[in-house]
Design a protein around this ligand. Structure first.
Ligand code: FVH
Length: 292
């Protein structure tokens, strides 16, 4: 049953994420129309009462809010460019993972066509959509965010970062950077301990506690980086860090595995030591990322 609190929504793209979003809208009482390039992915949604459209143009006709959740920036343009005229005067939400610059480019394109656009970064996997753990970061049109906030809250908690359309993606990609480097470290650690016959599952149980404990160090790191003073408060200096990383690389080599996930970070530390900052706090590594 549809709920008059929510305007009709169209979801363009029924991959794993688009389907999860469409289901959350539908279950929340939103009149939901769906379209996907490859037909057939909407059969269960349609059986449950969602409306299927044969083309993207047809799909956006009745919607006030059009949600686009496709593979990437190129596929978004591939689908939206031919229907720009039908989108004029409508409100668009891009939940496709696009880089900050791509989000800004899309916002420029939307403005040229009289389309109000909000951009979002989904901090959840499809199974989490609509649950407490799901969080979505937004930026761009505050009017679209405010008008549809109750509808957006059906997907997860919401936060608006500002009118720069690239901001949500900037936060999203910064958080994903942590996630992927952590996963890379987990795989390297699992390969290392696995060289002694330990299973990855056994390692994972201990590693998740370790990651949780180490994450407590991030706020103090942030504070030191923000002062720009890497000499007054030195929890661990760069020479010590270089020695530790060199030994970790040696351990990987001895076990016959590659240390590539660690190598990028180790190179940054090496550069800081070579530049004469060995006694500084290892948080100074961020300056190597900034090219200093
Ligand atoms: N899945 C996840 O965990 C993450 C969580 C964070 C956010 N991402 C982003 O969400 C976007 C969509 O991801 P997805 O999980 O739905 O991805 P797929 O299941 O691979 O579905 C891709 C959909 O895109 C359609 N598509 C691809 N190329 C084109 C194109 N050239 N023209 C039209 N549609 C296209 C594809 O259609 P089809 O292959 O079924 O015809 C799917 O609908 C993504 O940006 C994630 O980074 C998800």
């Amino acid at each position: 049953m549809t709920n008059t609190q929510h305007s009709p929504v169209t979801v363009l793209g029924l991959g794993a994420m688009g389907s999860a979003l469409a289901w959350a809208f539908h279950k929340g009482g939103v009149a939901t129309t769906v379209w996907n390039r490859t037909p057939g992915k909407d059969s269960e949604l349609v059986a449950a009462g969602a409306v299927s459209a044969a083309t993207a143009g047809e799909a956006v006709r009745t919607a006030e809010l059009v949600v686009v959740v496709l593979l990437d920036h190129a596929s978004v343009h591939e689908i939206l460019d031919p229907i720009a005229a039908q989108l004029t005067g409508k409100q668009l939400l891009n939940l496709t993972s696009t880089s900050p610059e791509q989000s800004r480019e899309l916002a420029g394109w939307a403005a040229e066509h009289g389309i109000e656009i909000l951009d979002g970064g989904i901090m959840a996997v499809p199974a989490m959509i609509g649950t407490e753990g799901s969080s979505i970061l937004y930026s761009g049109s505050e009017a679209v965010f405010t008008a549809h906030r109750p509808t957006l809250e059906l997907l997860g908690s919401v936060e608006f970062f500002g009118t720069d359309p690239g901001l949500a993606a900037l936060w999203d990609f910064s958080l994903l950077t942590i996630m992927y480097t952590m996963f890379g470290g987990f795989f390297q650690g699992a390969a290392l301990v696995g060289s002694a016959g330990v299973t990855a599952s056994e390692f994972a149980a201990r590693a998740s506690n370790w990651v949780a404990a180490m994450s407590q160090l991030l706020p103090p790191f942030g504070r030191i980086i923000d002062t720009g003073d890497y000499t007054s408060e030195v929890f661990q200096d760069l020479v010590f860090t270089k020695t530790a990383l060199d030994t970790l690389r040696q351990a990987a080599s001895d076990a016959g595995i590659t240390a590539e996930p660690l190598a990028g970070f180790a190179d940054l530390v090496d550069r800081q030591v070579t530049a004469g900052h060995g006694a500084a706090a290892f948080e100074r590594t961020i300056e190597a990322l900034r090219g200093k």
